[in-house]
Write a protein that binds this ligand. Structure first.
Ligand code: NAG
Ligand code: NAG
Length: 217
């Protein structure tokens, strides 16, 4: 009786943990392929009739193609989330390919809904993330081809190609829709913009500096 009770407690604890710790809610069925035509608003997407589900609902082709890195930061993220693969709905995972031009950066950003595990396929990357206040500890590392590095959910992180050629990485994320907040764009490129008085005080710089940065986004 006593040991049964302990087992029951352990089970309840395990169940509670799996619910509390998962990034996306767990599936209650084999799959819930996103039904694109539904207008119902809910957390995630309505399920397509399982009888109508086909292999292509679980497929994305094209990650062999390099992304166009001719832009201001010199990198390109090709996401493979529930937007690209409707079959990812409710599964709590997604993927991205990141291409870097020589010295290109994937600028500081966060994923509000997912941790990230990144594998370098080609080249060398300087990567880092920053812990929350008040420490704001900067944890950084230089990665070589084959290295795998983790960016914990919500923390600001970045990568820079420090090789002389192009670099490629594959990132896996613990959400069907991890979301991205690119810090520079989210602060200086909002619509409408955040008052330059506020930003000047926050960044402890002259208003002209703020206007100059805002004009770039
Ligand atoms: C890459 O992007 C640049 C800038 O947007 C554009 O001019 C160029 O044509 C693109 N290259 C390819 C191969 O799509
Ligand atoms: C910021 O917004 C204000 C008010 O809408 C506008 O007058 C100003 O030009 C904007 N600044 C920039 C840099 O876009």
């Amino acid at each position: 009786m006593g040991s049964n009770f302990i087992i029951m407690l352990a089970l309840i604890f395990a169940l509670t943990c799996s619910i509390a710790f998962a990034s996306d809610p767990s599936s209650l069925q084999d799959f819930c392929v996103k039904e694109s035509s539904s207008s119902a608003l809910l957390n995630g997407f309505v399920c397509k009739d399982p009888k109508q589900v086909e292999a292509n609902d679980f497929l994305f082709s094209g990650l062999h193609t390099s992304g166009n890195t001719s832009n201001a930061v010199g990198s390109r993220v090709t996401p493979v989330t529930v937007t690209q693969i409707p079959g990812l709905n409710t599964l709590g995972i997604s993927l991205a390919r990141i291409d870097y031009a020589p010295w290109g950066i994937n600028p500081p950003h966060t994923h509000p809904r997912g941790s990230e595990i990144l594998t370098v396929l080609q080249g060398s990357l300087e990567v880092g993330f920053v812990t929350t206040n008040p420490d704001n500890r900067h944890i950084t590392k230089v990665l070589q081809k084959g290295d795998v590095f983790v960016f914990p959910v919500g923390l600001i992180h970045y990568q820079r190609n420090i090789g002389h050629g192009y670099a490629i990485a594959i990132a896996a994320l613990s959400s069907q829709n991890p979301g991205v907040i690119t810090i520079a764009n989210a602060v200086f490129g909002t619509t409408p913009n955040i008052s330059d008085d506020i930003l000047a005080k926050a960044f402890q710089v002259d208003k002209n500096v703020v206007l100059n940065i805002q004009s770039k986004f």
